[in-house]
Design a protein around this ligand. Structure first.
Ligand SMILES: [Zn+2]
Length: 65
């Protein structure tokens, strides 16, 4: 009941929880992003330069999967 009623990000509540939001712009994940991917915030254009392993590790640590 209501588990996926809201499209809002479970981490920051300030944006829609899309993969682009989580990967590139979620403020609540800036530190985790910095640790695993380098920058605090990403431009979607730069995602293709990241390794799949780094992206996977990041997503696993977000706890959103
Ligand atoms: Zn967010």
């Amino acid at each position: 009941m209501g588990l996926v009623d809201s499209p809002l990000c479970r981490k920051c509540g300030a944006g829609e929880e899309t993969s682009a939001h989580v990967l590139c712009e979620c403020e609540a994940l800036a530190t985790l992003r910095h640790i695993y991917l380098g920058p605090f915030f990403l431009d979607p254009e730069n995602v293709r330069d990241l390794s799949l392993r780094a992206i996977w590790n990041f997503f696993r640590r977000t706890g959103l999967l």
